[in-house]
Write a protein that binds this ligand. Structure first.
Ligand code: ADP
Ligand code: MG
Length: 636
């Protein structure tokens, strides 16, 4: 509709129209490309920075042009009274033609063309490429005015537009080379408070958030107050020029120039955490895809780390301009505790910059980052075990969870990073250390599960293995045994629970079978008395001094039964339990005697022994009152 009314050749029309497709695009743009209105400032500042870069480039290739760093800056001026916000730069400026071509045609990027025409040398990283960023100004303004004077020109031009209707160009006055973008900020509506874009504090924080690492100073006159001269309590306002951005991103600085305190300070400035990070990784990577990254391993897990609320991700920058605050795709879940940022010029961004055009480069970066984190953690494990322990205390669970989740897809990545408490070393050890210490005749990596190290230490099931001088890993976390079942083996060595039916000692197993056979009637009778509770009663070889314990057969262990039954939707899964009796224990003689004299007593004894075994495992007794009465009966 508009398009026809504004057809070219209509003499009454003073206003020049946007190219037809541009008008539809502009509507689309203003209303749907960006989800966040505040990014208009980032876009205009990026353009200003590009314009200064172009001047700098001219100075490199043209002897007649000099570049004095002090002369190049960006200035923001907010005028609340007139509701105008001005972004002023001392960059290369635009000629009349350029105003027309670059601002009159949507999706035409003068910067992109510039980049292609000049094979840019290092140090010039032009940000613009889509030719739409400028129009984001219309999200917050009714009128946009651009005054510009190009570098080789004596005249300046004014471009003005109210949006989709078209634009106007005329000669104007402008003393210096560069560009001024003047936005007439919209009136507030019920949903939007446009006023805030005239507010000093808001502008300052927007610059910090999106444009902190633009390499030219972004200046603003800010209101300050001081004591009136000669007065002790009267204050007066005054204005002072301030540079709002820090300009040089720390990650572009040379690593040798940076001290640990610099990283710590940056970490806190970014609000990544309240205390110094445990580990800093700073890498400048060149290759298939180039990027700079600073990664932090926090000293402590954030309070919400192990909850659903926790959001993982790294900040993503393109040429120093913030694109995404939490890019989740840059981190695998098992390293979700890592914080930091990535800056790359190689990303092909979606038109709004809020998304990436294709994630091939991102995937490549993510993979390299993952590898880097892993290798740094391995180094820490090897060279600074104290620090690694500190790390592991906070995030070990996440690593073990990573081994288990996604059907063990990432177990190979993580198996070298996980640790468990060792029965012989009395500290956390890696699987690699364990395997390197394995005895010649040791087939398995043994582990025992329980609520705490103290409790596992006393488990009857560990007796035989300790007796043989083998090391046992203690599993105290819910996730441990699940992770290990997923891992299955480490360096070809299978894991074996100290409670599993067959511990892999042939001689002992034969002995147990022989004794079980010898006492067949007794054990069958006991099994009968414990119907539905145990699958088998047999002579134990794993017990040395203790009278009784539970062993288990099959995939589900007793510890897993406990964990699974604590889940909200538990299916009452049961481990197959075996009651093992120490036939060398005094108690066994009494049982044998009772079996000949009083079979009823055997029923009670069976239940007593079974209940004791349950208590040792930390499992509840089905009928504690009966248990108490039985014990009293014996005392009597
Ligand atoms: P992009 O930055 O992606 O190229 P924009 O819509 O932001 O697209 O800007 C369009 C073009 O207008 C730029 O490529 C540049 O040629 C020109 N331009 C915009 N702002 C300025 C400025 N402050 N100084 C000089 N040229 C500018
Ligand atoms: Mg731009």
């Amino acid at each position: 509709m508009h398009i026809k009314r504004l057809m070219k050749g209509n003499d009454k029309m003073a206003v020049k129209e946007f190219k037809a497709e541009s008008k539809r695009l502009l509507d689309l743009m203003i209303n749907s490309i960006y989800t966040n209105k505040e990014i208009f400032l980032r876009e205009l500042i990026s353009n200003a920075s590009d314009a200064i870069d172009k001047s700098y480039y001219r100075s490199l290739v043209d002897e007649n042009v000099t570049f004095n760093k002090e002369d190049f800056y960006i200035r923001i001026v907010a005028d609340k009274e007139n509701r105008t916000l001005t972004i002023f730069d001392t960059g290369i400026g635009m000629t009349k033609d350029e105003l027309e071509n670059n601002l009159g045609t949507i999706a035409k990027s003068g910067s992109f063309a510039f980049k292609n025409e000049n094979e840019l040398k290092d140090g010039v990283d032009i940000i613009g490429q889509f030719g739409v960023g400028f129009y984001s100004a219309f999200m917050v303004s009714d009128v946009v005015t651009v005054k510009s004077r190009a570098i080789d020109s004596n005249e300046a031009y004014k471009w003005e537009s109210k949006g989709a209707e078209g634009y106007d160009i005329e000669l104007c006055d402008k003393e210096t080379v560069g560009t001024e973008i003047i936005l007439k900020i919209k009136e507030n509506t019920e949903d939007e408070k446009y006023d805030e874009f005239l507010d000093e504090y808001k502008l300052r924080s927007l610059v910090k958030k999106y444009s902190d690492f633009i390499k030219y100073p972004i200046k603003m006159l800010v209101k300050k107050s001081k004591l009136k001269e000669g007065s002790e309590n009267e204050y007066e306002d005054y204005f002072e020029d301030e540079t709002l951005n820090s300009m040089v991103p720390i990650w572009r600085k040379n690593k040798n120039e940076l001290k640990p305190e610099d990283y710590d300070q940056f970490y806190m400035d970014k609000h990544f955490g309240f205390e110094k990070p445990l580990k800093v990784i700073h890498a400048n990577v060149e290759g298939m895809v180039s990027y700079n990254t600073i990664l932090f391993v926090p000293a402590r897990a954030p309070y919400d780390f192990y909850t659903k609320q926790f959001e993982k991700g790294l900040e993503l920058y393109s040429n120093g301009v913030l694109i995404m605050e939490k890019c989740a795709d840059l981190l695998p879940d098992y390293f979700s505790f890592v914080q930091g940022l990535v800056d790359s010029a190689d990303l092909s961004l979606n038109i709004s910059r809020e998304l990436l055009q294709n994630d091939r480069q991102l995937k490549l970066i993510a993979k390299k980052i993952k590898d880097k984190i892993k290798s740094e953690l391995l180094l820490m494990l090897k060279n600074d075990s104290e620090k690694y322990n500190e790390f592991y205390k906070n995030f070990g669970r996440q690593l073990k969870y990573g081994v288990y989740s996604d059907y063990g897809m990432n177990k190979g990545e993580l198996e070298d990073l996980i640790m468990f408490y060792s029965s012989t070393e009395k500290k956390l050890v890696s699987l690699d250390e364990y395997v390197s210490r394995m005895k010649e005749d040791q087939k398995f990596i043994y582990y025992a599960t329980g609520d705490s190290i103290e409790k596992i230490e006393k488990l009857p099931q560990t007796e035989l293995i300790k007796d043989k001088g083998f090391e046992i890993l203690y599993f105290t976390d819910d996730i441990d045994e699940f992770a290990i079942k997923m891992l299955m083996k480490y360096k070809e060595k299978e894991f074996k629970s100290v409670s599993s039916k067959d511990l892999g000692f042939e001689a002992d197993e034969k002995e147990s079978q022989k004794e079980t056979e010898e006492n067949k009637y007794l054990f069958d009778f006991m099994k009968e008395a414990l119907t539905g509770k145990v699958k088998e009663v047999r002579a134990s070889k794993r017990l040395k001094t203790h009278p009784v314990c539970l062993a288990n057969d099959g995939e589900v262990s007793i510890e897993m039964e406990k964990v699974l039954n604590m889940m909200p939707d538990n299916q009452n899964i049961k481990a197959d339990k075996i009651l093992e009796i120490n036939t060398n224990h005094q108690m066994f003689n009494a049982i044998k005697k009772a079996f000949e004299e009083d079979k009823d007593k055997i029923k009670m004894y069976s239940n007593l022994l079974y209940n004791q075994a349950l208590l040792i495992e930390g499992l509840p007794i089905e009928d504690p009152v009966q248990f108490a009465n039985d014990v009293c009966y014996l005392i009597k």
